[in-house]
Design a binder for this molecule. Sequence first.
Ligand code: GUN
Length: 279
Amino acid sequence: MATIIDGKKTSTDIKDELKLKLIELKEKGIEVCLCVIQVGADPASSIYVNNKKKACDYVGIKSLSYELPENTSQEQLLDLIYKLNDDSKVHGILVQLPLPKHIDEDKIIEAISPDKDVDGFHPQSVGRLSIGQKGFVSCTPGGVIQLLKRYNIAIEGKECVIVGRSNIVGKPMAMLMLRENATVTTCHSRTKNLSEITRRADILIVAIGKPRFITKEYVKEGAVVIDVGMHRDENNKLCGDVDYDDVIDRVSAITPVPGGVGPMTIAMLMHNCVEAVLM
Ligand code: GUN
C-alpha cells in the first residue's frame, strides 16, 4: 500500500511549531512583519494573497497588505519596495507574481533586499543556494524537502529525477536535492525519451504544468512521486501533473492533489518570515 503524503497535516504541524517560536520572539519584543504587495486584482492572485494573510494571522505574524491599482508604474512600485527595505520593523517583502506587463518582474525582484526576500526569488538567494550558502529557499521546493524528511524518505544516494526547470520550482528543487546528496537529473520540454529517464527515479518530482501527464509508464515500481502541479480538469475537478489513479498501485509514496505540495508553500513562507528575523 502506498503512503499518501499529507501536505495539509504537515503544513499545519509546521505552522504550529512556528506559532511557538513566534510567542518566544514576542516575549523578546520582536514582532515579525511580512509586507504583501499585489498590483492589480487578478482573482487567482487575490486568493493566494488572502491565504498568505490568513496564514500570518494563524501563526502570529503581522501582515501589512499593499493593494495597488493595475496602472501602478514600475517607479511607484520600486519606491514602495525601497521604503520597505529601509523599514527595520519589516522583516519580509513579498510581491505577488505575475505583475502587469508594463512592469519588469526581474527588476522588481532584484530591488527587494536579499535580507527580506522571503520568496527566495532574488538572484542572491538563488546564487547562495547553488553554492551551498545560507539564504532564503524558494517556498515550494523547500516544502517538498520538508515532506520527504518528515515522512522519513531517504534522499541521500537516491536517483532523483525532476521534470520541469522553472526558476521557482525545477531549478531550486534540483539544487536542494543535490544539497541532500541525491543524484539529480533535470528533464524539460526538449528532453528526449522522457519516460526512459523518469523510470530511473527513486524520487520523481513533477512540475511541468500539464494535467495528468505522468502515467504509470513514466514511473518505476516502488518510486516516491511528488506532484507539484495544480489544474482544474474538464469536470472542474482539481488534479496535478501526475495521473494519480493510474500510478497509485506502482508507487511507494505519493503526494495527492489537492492536499499534497500545495499547502506546504505557505507554511514555508511563514518559516522564511521567521528566519528573516535572524538575517
Ligand atoms: N505567484 C504564484 N506563486 C507565487 C509565489 O510563491 N510567490 C509570489 N511572490 N508570487 C507567486
